[in-house]
Write a protein that binds this ligand. Structure first.
Ligand code: NDP
Ligand code: 8X3
Length: 252
């Protein structure tokens, strides 16, 4: 029976992925800061034999290391690590943002992902197999106004994915960066700090991706044969595309 570790499993992509993999009999290691949601998922998806939960803040390096060190024996072989926990905070121009928000995005999207990856890799190398699936974003490829540090953090995820793949050549360990576009989850409520109207506006009068779309993608990737490595996958809703480059023109 295979095991997937999903960071940020308490909502959105992570939660949908947990449900899908559970339905195919995978064992799950689920992480996040919201203990009640983790406990409810554990109960729903098969109990402690099938689902191990770890409640910690991914920005806390010691907590990440402790979570890996204290995995029960039956969960210690991780076949897939889904580095999914992440967030955007705010959409203000760079001169007006809250520096604390910038730091939190760096700590979560970059450093948290680094901690989990670095901690799991020696074990995967020992196993001679393993799969790191990172959740980047279209924001890492296509900068937009107000995206500033969020875009930069996802560009890090893309480049980090490509670079560690180079390090891991010959180890049997695979790495993929999934780069989703607009998807309806709690992402916008977090970005706009519980401003419901603003968050809902992101998904109005358009058809966004769903968390299930991303879960299906992760499951497909995990089902590809061991000799295949999908390097990057950018996935947008049909009703999203890139725009033209902006040109500023002075008024006459
Ligand atoms: P959600 O807000 O629904 O889920 C985010 C998850 O990340 C939650 O489970 C949350 O758990 C966890 N998380 C956030 N901060 C921390 C932290 N400090 N420590 C531990 N866990 C944390 O959003 P999505 O499902 O949409 O987001 C998942 C990933 O997808 C993110 O990396 C996001 O940047 C990316 N993404 C999202 C897109 C979208 O449009 N929705 C598009 C492209 C990429 P908890 O709060 O319990 O700690
Ligand atoms: C989330 C998608 O376009 O809001 O990564 O940055 S976007």
């Amino acid at each position: 029976m295979k095991t997937i570790m999903i960071t940020g499993a308490t909502s959105g992509f992570g939660e949908a992925t947990a449900r899908l993999f559970a339905s195919y009999g995978w064992k799950l290691i689920l992480t996040g800061r919201r203990q009640q949601r983790l406990a409810a998922l554990q109960l729903e998806l098969g109990g402690p034999k099938q689902v191990h939960i770890c409640c910690f803040d991914i920005t806390d390096r010691n907590a990440v290391e402790h979570a890996f060190e204290t995995l029960p024996d039956s969960f210690s072989n991780i076949d897939v690590l889904l580095n999914n926990a992440g967030l955007a905070l705010g959409l203000d121009p760079a001169d007006k943002t809250d520096l604390d928000d910038w730091e939190k995005m760096v700590d979560t999207n970059i450093k948290g992902l680094m901690y989990c990856t670095r901690t799991v890799l020696p074990k995967m190398k020992q196993q001679g197999s393993g799969y790191i699936i990172n959740i980047g974003s279209v924001a890492g490829n296509w900068p937009y106004p107000g995206g500033n540090v969020y875009c930069a953090s996802k560009a890090f995820v893309r480049q980090f994915s490509l670079a560690i793949r180079a390090d891991l050549l010959g180890t049997g360990i695979r790495v993929t960066n999934i780069e989703p576009g607009n998807a309806e989850t709690e992402f916008s409520m977090v970005r706009f700090k519980n401003d419901e109207q603003r968050a809902e506006g992101v998904y109005q009068q358009t058809v966004a991706l769903t968390a299930q779309d991303i879960a299906d993608t992760v499951f497909w990737l995990a089902s590809t044969p061991a000799h295949v490595n999908v390097t990057t996958m950018e996935i947008m809703p049909t009703e999203q595309a890139t725009g033209p480059l902006a040109i500023y023109r002075k008024e006459k």
